[in-house]
Design a protein around this ligand. Sequence first.
Ligand SMILES: C[S@@+](CC[C@H](N)C(=O)[O-])C[C@H]1O[C@@H](n2cnc3c(N)ncnc32)[C@H](O)[C@@H]1O
Length: 271
Amino acid sequence: MNTPSAGSVESKFGHSEEGSHDQERTGLDCVQEMSDARAENNDLRSFGRRRGRKATLRQRALLDELLPRVTIDPDRLTASGVHDSTDLAALCGSPGSQVWLEIGFGGGEHLIWQARNNPHVVIIGSEPFEDGIVKVLTAIESGGLDHVRLFADDVRPLLRTMPDASISSEFILFHDPKPKRRHQKRRLIGPALIAELARVMRDGAQLRFATDIGDYARTSLLALNENVNFEWCAKRPIDWRERPTDWPPTRYEQKAIREGRRRYYFQFRRI
Ligand SMILES: C[S@@+](CC[C@H](N)C(=O)[O-])C[C@H]1O[C@@H](n2cnc3c(N)ncnc32)[C@H](O)[C@@H]1O
């Protein structure tokens, strides 16, 4: 087992760098139930607003009719006896497939790109922001994305119901838009989430994490390296300074570039 020490982290990081679902339930029913579940587990809210612009009639129809059909429902995971990755892929309608998970997909650029380029993988996306959900629903409706499943809420209640060793790739990209100190306790990446990721990820699975907040990059890196189940894949600084070619840009990354912020692209392996 190769777990980098805090020293090796610093040397690589560098001190000077800154579905199937009951048809009668609507998407909003699901959101409300998950909010209740989150309250029971005392998760501090890690995301901002749920709604932006008022949905048009067309978007409302997608939320009310398509979202329930492609929602992955934690209650259903528990009730249907989903024990492993095979069960999870079968529940999502793609028996035998790998399952990937993106947390906080925002406008869905990365999720849609990955889904188009990996048609044989089930891709689950979790995002509480309605405008982002609508973007991915619109892409699903255009066709070719039957292997995408959505959870329109905080990912944590979903993660808690996922079977052990069921996820082969995990993406968390620029999920925290709030660099202020008073928001730090709301950050998603910490020992609790990392332990849950270690449980649901298979051996050899990859975790990709990006941020444009230097202090969050450092604390997340240290927390991940403290967990014996994760190994940092970077060999040289360029490995975390530049985005790999099979990792498409996202809207928030473009904003960070426009506003002159350094981006950090971390890749870990579940060991
Ligand atoms: C700054 S945006 C970035 C979106 C996208 N990943 C990108 O790079 O453009 C962060 C997103 O993470 C979502 N988010 C934050 N905490 C979350 C959580 N606990 N579960 C699911 N999504 C979350 C927010 O709703 C928001 O849309």
